[in-house]
Design a protein around this ligand. Structure first.
Ligand code: UD1
Length: 419
């Protein structure tokens, strides 16, 4: 297992190009199941999760290849409707194939994804929604078995605007007979972009980016070519890297309005942030001020940037409270940050962070994608050497993070094969 060795204390300075969004690419890849043909999706980073979704499409009979950051998918020979446990267990987003398989074949057998490092992550909203569109669903031997001759349009009001459930239901509804209305739909850019992609394939979706989606089912969809959107979570992570290192960095190829919630908090924390068309610059010269954060659905502050914010607040001049309303147990990074000297107390789903003037390097272990990012950020700011182990997590969601950080002055090195 690889690890990162970080020597902290460098001021990060320079320019970084933001990669395409992982969480947008994954549902797009699943959507390709809905049509027979060749797809070309540009600006897709070759991350482990993207490769896992690629493997899944290959198991289903599709052809998938990468050419730099362009993804080619051919679905003409797609014939299987089963997503096996071996792949689904490594990536929860594999559940995205459920809606498209059911819409295309009238049947699907998809492994239940199970929980993850920070607790159970149910798929009840996906299943209830598909039932509302006429699917018969049973659970057998850890698999979701879904059947329906043809999905029928229906009315769905989600109890919670789940990103995954909205995406799955959208992909099912586009080929259903008649009209579907999804109320309380997720408004994350990844979902709005999925809807645009589906419309590009010939779907009829109204309300893109809004919380009520109206879908007129069509009989067929066709393949298409698209440019993926930039990764707002990667951008947010690098903005926090600029803040934590008293840096001066510019991010290019990003979509600033997707990052408003983190930009607002960084400004409150004492950073100077400037945005242009597709770039964001951040500079910090003054002390970090404590800023409370509560995660919420888009356009709220993303849970995927909660761990990184706790790392930042560990160095603020005062006490801040970080509450996660999306995942109440997503705090495995807290104990590791405390190994670096952070003063954090948990009260239910709130981390109370007492900022201090410095962190000190130590050996820490990452537990999930975003927790890894938070430990790397803390390591970059800590005095001395920090070893972050189990970095296979970071490779799932951040493209060549160590190369990007090194290019702006971070002292971080990947060591192969060490624990
Ligand atoms: C997606 C993102 C993930 C992000 C999350 C929240 C991808 C591949 N992953 O995950 O990075 O952290 O959105 O922004 O895009 N829930 C249910 N029942 C369900 C579905 C969800 O109770 O059927 C709950 C979850 O337990 C959680 C909340 O809804 O508390 C949000 O989950 P959801 O929006 O579905 O997240 P994902 O799509 O899994």
């Amino acid at each position: 297992m690889d690890k990162f060795v970080i020597k902290g204390g460098n001021r990060l300075k320079g320019t970084i190009r933001i990669s395409g969004a992982k969480n947008a690419a994954l549902p797009l890849m699943a959507a390709a199941i809905l049509a027979d043909g060749s797809f070309k999706i540009n600006n897709v980073p070759a991350l482990t999760d993207v490769r896992t979704m690629g493997k899944l499409l290959q198991i289903l009979g599709g052809e998938v290849s990468f050419e730099n950051d362009t993804l080619h998918i051919n679905t003409q020979k797609l014939s299987s409707f089963e997503a096996p446990y071996e792949l689904v267990k490594t990536m929860r987003a594999s559940i995205y194939v459920l809606g498209p398989l059911l819409a295309k074949f009238g049947k699907a057998r998809v492994s239940l994804p199970g929980g993850c490092a920070w607790g159970p992550r149910p798929v009840n909203l996906h299943l209830e929604g598909l039932k509302a569109l006429g699917a018969k669903i049973t659970l057998e031997e850890g698999y979701i078995i879904a059947n329906v001759p043809r999905l029928k349009g229906g009315k769905i009001a989600l109890d919670f605007p789940s990103v995954g459930a909205t995406g799955n239901l959208l992909m099912a509804a586009v080929l259903a007979k008649g009209e579907t209305v999804i109320k309380n739909a997720a408004r994350e850019p990844d979902i709005a972009f999925l809807a645009e992609f589906l419309n590009g394939m010939g779907a009829k979706i109204e309300g893109v980016g809004e919380s009520v989606l109206k879908i007129q089912g069509v009989d067929n969809l066709t393949s298409c070519s698209f440019n993926n959107i930039p990764d707002r979570i990667e951008a947010g992570t690098f903005l926090i890297a600029g803040a934590i290192s008293e840096g001066d960095i510019t991010l290019t190829n990003c979509q600033p309005n997707h990052c408003d919630s983190v930009i607002d908090r960084l400004t409150l924390a004492g950073c100077t942030v400037e945005t242009a068309n597709d770039s964001i610059s951040i500079r910090r010269e003054d002390d970090l001020q404590p800023v409370d954060v509560t995660t919420g659905v888009y356009p709220g502050y993303p849970t995927d940037l909660q761990a990184q914010w706790i790392a930042l607040m560990s160095l603020a001049k005062g006490v801040s409270r970080i509450t996660d309303h999306i995942y109440h147990d997503r705090f495995t990074h807290v104990a590791e940050l405390m190994r670096l000297g952070a003063d954090i107390r948990m009260k239910e789903n709130t981390a109370i962070v007492k900022g201090s003037a410095r962190l000190k390097g130590a050996q820490v272990m990452s537990t999930d994608i975003r927790a890894s990012a938070s430990l790397i950020l803390a390591g970059l700011a800590a005095e001395g050497r920090t070893d972050v182990s189990r970095i296979y997590h970071i490779d799932r969601g951040y493209y060549k993070i160590e190369e990007k950080l090194r290019s702006i002055g971070g002292d971080i090195e990947r060591r192969a094969g060490t624990l």
